[in-house]
Design a binder for this molecule. Structure first.
Ligand SMILES: Cc1cc2nc3c(=O)[nH]c(=O)nc-3n(C[C@H](O)[C@H](O)[C@H](O)COP(=O)(O)OP(=O)(O)OC[C@H]3O[C@@H](n4cnc5c(N)ncnc54)[C@H](O)[C@@H]3O)c2cc1C
Length: 510
């Protein structure tokens, strides 16, 4: 049986040539369909490279297979068939186990190697989840580098009972030594920080003052930092999660001059571009206080205080919560925000999408292809989404649109079992039984921590002038956290550049 198509096989053959040593795949298979696919995949790999050996065995889960050095288990296991978005994870695991060096900072590699103790990770994924490979690849690499660490990737669609019993309703969900560890996309650095292996506060506080300190590492912040560094001034950038919303974005078709790219790819390019300059990048640190003294001080959650002559705030935005009972309680237990990531977990089920704007209707169309039925709830009497999207939506047989309704509560016991809403015309309350709710009602700026010091509008957006300046001299802002009319990647990059040039202008005048 052929499991890989000709194009993929041709690409794969090139990658497999990069293997630097032998790899032993230990395979635990049964007589089910997934086992058959998995065996076909493994056999196909073995025929493609003399470096790949296969051995039948019994592992904790069937179907699964582990990727090992000859004579030494690495702890890297795939439970299910790693095709779809996880195919790259498999290829990387083969190359890295064979001895090929990963493309990761040596500092990070040393950090992983130095971890003491036993850490057994399990990550639950879906093959259509674009946030999952980051996590799988990071955990695999940790297992390969450190003999105390193991990682099993588990395809939730194959191990349904396990997913149900652990009540997993969002992917990726990570367990460490049997306990919940985290969910959502996480980079290697983020996992290390969460394990308590990040830099400490005193190390950060000892840094010399900057000329420009950028707070936020999305497209606005990256652009601001590059523009500042190109002026030859001391530039730092501190971000809770480098890449920002772009990390959660699939396809991007409106980043002008690039016909099509993907969020992760764009973030990798941003990172690469930053590295071309002498920019002090502090990732995985959240700012919590800003104060103007002689210099401007930015205090981080870990207590460190960074100082700078000017600051550019580019903290972006996050999904808006609907704020009804049940939302927080059932988050990841049926309440979700990323249809592309979590949609497959609701296969064959009934879900609601709250919000009739572009993102809500796009989500509903996307979900209708996977789930049994989608109910859209819109507060206003009309949907706000573009006409083409509405047309597409109304053409689908398994979608119901409820307009002029107010969501009252997301109900459930241990997970979501329904949604209650009020018909705004009649005032009557209705309840629908369903298993999932996707909240798609827009974004809120990440500015709560600065709006006491800096002037913001009623939406919490930082008010800036045409130079990107705020009301506090020396403090500038850019991107989705500001009162700019539109929120887009290219717009935030432009405003990041404006703010950096504004800050440079301020520095030469003061
Ligand atoms: C699902 C999705 C799809 C999208 N698709 C497109 C598209 O196709 N095309 C397009 O042009 N736009 C798209 N957008 C919009 C686009 O992603 C945003 O306009 C853009 O990312 C804004 O950039 P930003 O740098 O201002 O903020 P963000 O990208 O939000 O980045 C904010 C940064 O600040 C950090 N941060 C936040 N608070 C703090 C703090 N207190 N301390 C330190 N750091 C902090 C964050 O970790 C992050 O690094 C999409 C958005 C989403 C959510």
């Amino acid at each position: 049986m052929m499991i890989l198509d000709a194009d993929i096989k041709a690409q794969l053959a090139q990658y497999l040539q990069l293997m630097e040593g032998d790899v032993l795949l230990k395979v635990s298979a049964g007589s089910d369909d997934v086992s058959r696919d998995m065996l076909a995949l493994v056999d196909e790999l073995a025929t493609m490279s003399p470096n790949i050996k296969v051995e039948k065995t019994q592992l904790q889960r069937t179907p699964s297979f582990s990727v090992n050095r000859i004579g030494e288990d690495t702890g890297v296991t795939f439970a299910g068939t790693p095709l779809g978005h996880e195919f790259t994870s498999l290829v990387l695991a083969l190359l890295q186990v064979s001895g090929r060096a990963p493309k990761v900072d040596q500092k990070v590699i040393d950090q992983v190697k130095s971890i003491q103790g036993e850490y057994h990770f399990e990550s639950y994924i879906s093959l259509s989840c674009h946030n999952c490979p980051d996590v799988v690849q990071a955990l695999n690499l940790m297992s390969i580098l450190n003999p105390g660490i193991t990682h099993t990737m588990i395809d939730g669609a194959v191990f349904k009972e396990e997913v149900e019993s652990k009540e997993i309703m969002a992917v990726p969900t990570i367990f460490l030594n049997g306990e919940p560890f985290g969910s959502g996309r996480m980079t290697l650095e983020e996992i290390l920080a969460k394990m308590g292996n990040g830099p400490d506060a005193s190390e950060l506080s000892d840094k010399d003052p900057y000329d420009v300190l950028v707070v936020g590492g999305g497209p606005a912040g990256a652009s601001a930092a590059i523009y500042a560094a190109r002026k030859g001034i001391r530039t730092g950038i501190v971000a809770e999660r480098f890449g920002g919303q772009v990390m959660d974005t699939m396809g991007i078709e409106n980043f002008i001059s690039v016909k099509y790219t993907e969020g992760r790819k764009l973030v990798a390019s941003l990172e690469e571009h930053l590295k071309e300059y002498d920019i002090d990048v502090i990732n995985l640190q959240r700012a919590k206080r800003l104060e103007k003294k002689d210099l401007i001080e930015v205090e981080l959650e870990n207590g460190a205080v960074l100082k700078s002559k000017t600051v550019i705030l580019s903290t972006g935005a996050r999904w808006r919560n609907i704020g009804v009972p049940g939302e927080a309680e059932f988050k990841n237990k049926g309440v979700a925000y990323c249809p592309h990531c979590d949609g497959p977990l609701f296969e064959g089920k009934h879900v609601a999408v709250i919000g009739g704007g572009n993102s809500g209707i796009e989500a509903a169309i996307d979900l209708a292809g996977i789930v049994k039925h989608v109910t859209v709830l819109e507060f206003m009497p009309e949907l706000k989404a573009d006409a083409v999207l509405q047309e597409r939506l109304y053409s689908l047989p398994n979608v119901t649109v409820l307009k002029n309704v107010q969501t009252k509560e997301i109900t459930g016991t241990d997970k979501v079992n329904g949604i209650s809403y009020i018909d705004r015309e009649t005032g009557e309350e209705q309840h629908i039984e369903l298993q999932g709710v996707f909240v798609q009602i827009g974004l809120v700026p990440n500015t709560e921590w600065v709006c006491e010091t800096i002037e913001c509008n009623r939406f919490g957006e930082i008010i800036v002038d045409k130079h990107g300046a705020t009301n506090i001299p020396g403090v500038f802002a850019a991107g989705d956290c500001t009162d700019s009319a539109y929120k887009q990647i290219i717009i935030s990059m432009g405003s990041g550049a404006t703010a950096a040039l504004g800050a440079f202008d301020y520095l030469i005048r003061n």
